[in-house]
Design a protein. Structure first.
Lengths: 286, 310
């Protein structure tokens, strides 16, 4: 037998709330926390990060400790500290990140579709663009947050142990942060678009991985059959590798600036517009 | 509370209007919105929530013009309980009611406090931390009601709130609806296909069919009109002159097998006895028909548009 309150106290102030997009993103973050996906991925990313930091420390030891002097020439040759090394700070985290983005991002919109809560959101002071901003924003913020330690911690460690002469350039964060932002935007929009196509979170995971592999296959086919190397700009995996290389100034990047910009813009516009189309209020709103 | 005039709503320029020529003014209270599937109830609610722009005509909800840019803000003054199961299955009742409160404009702390209060109000105090996936149908309906009330709206739209409930659950839900209006002073628009629900709680009634208003008015007025309806039977069959003279009593709605369904011009049944005495007819049955609200609904749905019933 339910127990009912004698009455409901007066209304609270409705003007102190946060923007709807922020409320939606915070709710998705709380949901991600509950799902405990971070247990596996947290461990995987932590191990990757520790390996990266160990390499930097070993480089420092090789460069500074007299005991390692005989190895220094060998170390310089094998463990180069040029643009390739700077760009490589984000590898292989970005590869692992695709799976995290698929697992988390694939369910972002699909879960709302499954539970049929999106129409109810639009019956609140939430506009479709708030919803889209929240979903794309969360799906983009997640890879950015994961990648951030992969740049900042090696950079800080390098500065601490070796100052300006360390293996990580002092300017590396300035080069890699824009690359990370573009990578995250690419991953976030693709995940949101794929999730908008799915009716369940599991299907959303499949859609994300399917779209990544599908576009990669198309790009490889066009490249192989027509011999057009720039066709790889359709491949989001290649784009994710291309951006850090371009910003770090790698001598021979996978793709040039123009194809990378065009390919990224194509993906971002395509998946964002798809997500917008699939999440706008329809006749079945109520 | 709500007013509209010559309101037309279309889903596309070429499509026929989903609502056509609606003119109505509703006072603060509990409004029953009755009609079959496809009647336009949901379209009307969507329009009132500001999700659809009128293609012609206009109106106001809580003083805000329909289709105005400030419609998004208006939605923070309105609560909506959908017919379908719009619950976040992987969250507890407390988490999701607080979430809906924040989306309506409450600060995070205020939304959390308010979620406790409103869940207590709807009788879910003890189970508020459980995931809603394990809730019964009645509990799920009450969570939906709680999310509609969490921000203390001035007006709440309840779409089939008693769907799937057993008689006891239905009674409790309708009691809550009465409390929402009686204690909180919140205006209620209750869309339902169950006449009994509407009859129990509503003080105004709107009957919609095929996008048109078939009948509208206050329940009291409707009941007064119904109270005037009587069934008459006479000992001898009335002759043609006597049948014609029945019109003196009011409108003869139906005559079959010596039984006359008459809507009296005045509520006083003594007039019927006086008429029978004057006509030399022996009245053997006079049955009031004030328990037949369903007939009003059926007449409204199957008859011509009536505009205002009472």
């Amino acid at each position: 037998m339910p127990i009912y309150a004698p009455t409901l106290p007066p209304a609270p102030d409705l003007t102190r709330g946060q923007p709807p997009a922020l409320v939606l993103m915070r709710f998705d973050l709380a949901r991600l926390w509950r799902q405990k996906i971070g247990r596996f991925f947290g461990f995987a990313f932590l191990v990757t990060l520790l390996v990266k930091l160990s390499i930097i420390y070993v480089k420092y030891l090789l460069g500074s400790n007299p005991a390692f002097r005989p190895m220094q020439d060998f170390a310089r040759a094998v463990l180069a500290q040029g643009p390739d090394f700077q760009a490589g700070l984000l590898n292989p985290a970005t590869t692992l990140l695709w799976f995290l983005v698929a697992l988390v991002g694939g369910g972002l919109v699909a879960r709302d579709t499954l539970y049929r809560v999106r129409p109810l959101m639009y019956a609140h002071p939430v506009r479709p663009r708030d919803y889209l901003l929240a979903k794309v924003g969360f799906a983009s913020a997640l890879p950015f947050a994961v990648l951030l330690p992969f740049v900042l911690l090696p950079w800080a460690l390098s500065l601490m142990v070796a100052g300006l002469q360390g293996p990580v350039w002092p300017t590396t964060p300035l080069r890699l942060l824009p690359a990370m932002a573009l990578i995250s935007l690419l991953m976030g929009t693709l995940a949101a678009g794929a999730s908008a196509l799915a009716a369940t979170p599991r299907a959303g995971v499949g859609w994300v991985l399917g779209l990544v592999l599908g576009t990669s296959t198309v790009a490889s086919l066009v490249h192989g059959l027509a011999g057009i190397g720039s066709a790889e700009a359709l491949n989001p995996v290649v784009l994710v590798q291309a951006w850090p290389a371009l910003f770090a100034g790698v001598a021979q990047p996978l793709l040039g600036w123009v194809p990378t910009i065009l390919g990224t813009a194509f993906h971002v516009v395509l998946w964002t517009s798809l997500a917008a189309r699939r999440t706008r209020p329809s006749e079945a709103v109520i | 509370m709500i007013a509209f005039e010559n309101l037309d709503v279309r889903y596309g320029v070429a499509s026929p209007p989903a609502l056509r020529g609606l003119t109505l003014s509703l006072d603060q209270g509990i409004v029953g919105l009755l009609g079959p599937n496809g009647a336009g109830k949901s379209t009307l609610l969507k329009t009132l929530l500001g999700l659809l722009r009128p293609s012609a005509g206009g109106g106001t909800v809580l003083g805000v013009p329909l289709g105005a840019p400030e419609a998004a803000k208006l939605r923070s003054r309105i609560g909506y309980m959908p017919e379908y199961d719009a619950l976040i299955e992987d969250a507890s009742a407390y988490e999701q009611v607080a979430f809906w409160g924040e989306l309506s404009g409450l600060a995070p702390e205020a939304a959390r406090d308010r979620a406790h209060e409103v869940l207590y109000f709807v009788g879910l105090d003890e189970s508020r931390y459980r995931s809603v996936s394990g809730y019964s149908t009645g509990m799920r309906q009450r969570v939906k009601l709680a999310q509609a009330l969490v921000h203390s709206p001035e007006l709440v739209f309840l779409d089939e709130p008693t769907n799937g409930l057993d008689p006891d659950g239905r009674r409790r839900m309708l009691d809550l609806v009465l409390r929402v209006h009686g204690e909180l002073g919140t205006g209620v628009v209750l869309a339902s296909h169950l006449l009994g629900d509407v009859e129990r709680v509503a003080d105004q009634l709107v009957i919609l069919d095929k996008g048109e208003i078939r009948a509208a008015g206050s329940m009291a007025g409707l009941r007064r009109a119904l109270a005037k309806r009587v069934e008459l039977r006479f000992l001898e069959t009335l002759d043609a002159a006597q049948e014609a003279a029945l019109a003196e009593l009011g409108s003869v709605l139906e005559a079959r097998g010596g039984l006359y369904d008459v809507e009296l011009a005045e509520a006083e049944p003594a007039a019927v006895f006086r008429w029978a005495q004057a006509q030399g007819a022996t009245l053997i049955q006079l049955t009031p028909r004030h328990d037949r609200l369903d007939e009003v609904l059926l007449r409204a749905l199957h008859g011509a548009p009536a505009g205002s019933e009472a």
